[in-house]
Design a protein around this ligand. Structure first.
Ligand code: SAH
Ligand code: SF4
Length: 377
């Protein structure tokens, strides 16, 4: 993938948000500083939301001066901030280089889920996905990924107190395929989990993938988070139409990788399978029955997602009766399934369904970048 990536425009200074704990300690070592200074800086950034090293009052003036000269605290610029009638917030953030990304916060009674983007555009070209239609521009940096959490935390704190503001869960279900931006993803996940970062539980941080198998295996040994797999079809013929990477990594190999994922670790894992309901395409009883066969006995939960239409998509959202019928077949066969509510419809903010209209500017640059995948994996 990296071969088609436009490098993130850089300033001469290191962005402090690009380092996870190990990276920050290593960086501080190069400055001739003790590792605990790195931990202090992480706490300033993520516990206190510091945006300037001068706020870091337990560091000496000399160290603050050194940090001011050699580093910056860079987060994307807030371009729009929409609050939907149901409490969902959607932001567009403008990055250096001019591209936009979207981030969504979905408050519920006992939790608040932030839906985070990992790339500008996506090369995997799933036929029902607005992000995929844009083509691929570049990977986000660690700072641009964790910066979405940093910004959302700040922006939510400014909203009316009547609303639930706390980010308890992060799902990597915004724009892009997170596993094709592996190193930046992992560093950002480390910061979400780290006590000096956001201290989120590993069960509450979810990476969603369309099935980049080598990276799925690699993730398992690298950082302990939850996994969601975008299945969307129960057989190869249909899945290849909807999720083209299926041609490279077909369903039987995907399921083997899923078995490897659940089969290790110090806890009983399960996988969330996402299934976008497309009217007359993958929502018929025979698809449900095929799905039952595929998932029988597997520690799976299926999330039936309402399709979020966009211009020229060529698909329609499945009617409620089709979704109910599909759900019943799964349920009757003891496959745990939930129907995702549509949230933030009025601002097109439903998580994982980001329309990406913000990227109009980048689209022009994207025209000649042909989707390619898996080359470096
Ligand atoms: N690339 C990753 C994560 C981002 S997409 C992946 O594909 O899993 C997050 C989820 O939103 C995926 O399950 C994706 O299939 C789904 N999605 C994409 N476009 C959608 C649309 N128009 N309506 C509903 N869900 C969509
Ligand atoms: Fe990329 Fe996910 Fe959209 Fe597919 S569904 S094009 S993998 S962002």
């Amino acid at each position: 993938m990296e071969s088609v990536v436009q490098p993130a425009p850089r300033s001469d200074k290191a962005n402090l948000l690009d380092f996870d704990r190990a990276g920050m300690r290593a960086f501080f070592e190069t400055l001739g500083e003790k590792p605990f200074r790195a931990d202090q800086v992480l706490k300033w950034l993520y516990h206190h939301g510091a945006s300037d090293v001068d706020q870091m009052t337990n560091l000496s003036k000399a160290l603050r001066d050194k940090l001011s000269t050699e580093t910056e605290i860079y987060v994307p610029a807030v371009e729009t901030d929409h609050l939907s009638a149901d409490g969902t917030s959607k932001w567009t953030f403008r990055l250096r280089g001019g591209n936009g990304i979207e981030t969504v916060f979905i408050p519920e009674k006992n939790r608040g889920t932030l839906c985070v983007s990992s790339q500008i555009g996506c090369a995997l070209d799933c036929s029902f996905c607005a992000t995929g239609r844009q083509g691929f521009n570049r990977n986000l940096t660690t700072g641009e990924i964790i910066g979405q959490v940093w910004l959302a935390t700040k922006l939510l704190a400014e909203k009316p107190a009547t609303q639930n503001h706390r980010i308890t869960n992060v799902v990597m279900m915004g724009m892009g395929e997170p596993l094709l931006n592996f190193n930046h993803l992992v560093r950002a996940l480390n910061l979400m989990l780290d006590d000096n970062g956001y201290g989120l539980s590993k069960r509450r941080v979810t990476v969603s993938t369309s099935g980049v198998l080598p990276a799925m295996d690699k993730l398992k040994g690298t950082v302990d988070v939850s996994l969601a797999v975008s299945l969307h079809a129960p057989n190869d013929k249909l899945r290849t139409q909807l999720v083209p990477i299926n041609e490279k990594y077909p369903i039987n190999e995907l399921m083997d990788a899923c078995r490897r994922w659940v089969g290790t670790g110090d806890r009983k894992r399960h996988i969330l399978f996402e299934y976008v309901m497309l009217d007359g395409v993958n929502d018929q009883p025979e698809h449900a029955r095929e799905l039952v066969k595929l998932l029988k006995g597997f520690p799976a939960k299926v999330n039936l997602i309402p399709f979020n239409p966009f211009p020229m998509s060529g698909y329609k959202r499945s009617p409620d009766q089709s979704v109910a019928r599909f759900w019943k077949i799964l349920n009757d066969n003891r496959i745990v399934a939930t129907r995702r509510k549509t949230r933030g419809d009025d601002i097109e903010a439903a998580c994982g369904q980001l329309a990406g209209q913000v990227n109009d500017r980048s689209k022009r640059e994207l025209k000649f970048i042909k989707p390619r995948f898996g080359e470096n994996l």
